[in-house]
Design a protein around this ligand. Structure first.
Ligand code: IMP
Length: 183
């Protein structure tokens, strides 16, 4: 297959992603049987993952989104997380699952767990498609995890580099020269 410019290799194919989402959705559906769940998607990266995950769930659920920023247009984190857009929903006494594309240093997820946890939901868990354990700086619980991956910048299936490559149907490794050039 001819890969787009800047892409090094495919890490997870469409079929692998689909099977992983089925596994996560089955696990969540079993764990929350008889309960309604609020899925909180973290924009923009999680929008495709959340759309596919939600359609595989067999339990009643609603969705909402928030947006945070810590990276700007680069591939390095400042460690400072800011909320750009908050939820429309009041989450008190609800079963909340944060749906995140990727956990890298852990700063974003840890910030969201503290922020949303303070609003007293009935329960708060995290469902994450990808994790880079070698990059972790803060320990943050991930209740449902798709894949662990090595320390590469990955794009596709909602993940971007400077808003590019987001709609590739697979998850791919970006060539380091793409992000090293802009630093
Ligand atoms: P953390 O706060 O360092 O864990 O970073 C989490 C956020 O950084 C994710 O929600 C992504 O938006 C972004 N991010 C981290 N690594 C990657 C990557 O390899 N590709 C695309 N986005 C990434």
């Amino acid at each position: 297959m001819q890969l787009p410019d800047g892409i090094d290799q495919i890490l997870s194919s469409q079929e692998e992603i689909k099977a992983t989402i089925q596994r996560l959705a089955a696990q969540i559906s079993a764990d929350y049987e008889g309960q309604e769940v609020l899925l909180v998607g973290v924009l923009k990266g999680a929008f495709i993952f959340l759309a596919d995950l939600s359609r595989q769930l067999t339990i009643p659920h609603v969705v909402d989104f928030l947006s945070v920023s810590s990276y700007g247009a680069t591939a390095t984190t400042s460690g400072e997380v800011r909320i750009i857009m908050d939820l429309r929903t009041f989450i008190r006494d609800k079963h909340v699952i944060i749906v995140e594309d990727i956990v890298d240093t852990g700063y974003t997820l840890s910030y969201l767990q503290q922020l949303l946890g303070a609003r007293k939901p009935a329960s708060l868990r995290a469902c994450v498609l990808l994790s880079k354990p070698d990059r972790r700086r803060v320990d943050t619980p991930i209740d449902y995890l798709g894949f662990e991956i090595p320390d590469h910048w990955v794009v596709g299936y909602g993940l971007d580099y400077s808003d590019m490559y987001r709609t590739l149907p697979y998850i791919a490794v970006l060539k380091p020269e793409v992000y090293l050039e802009s630093q």
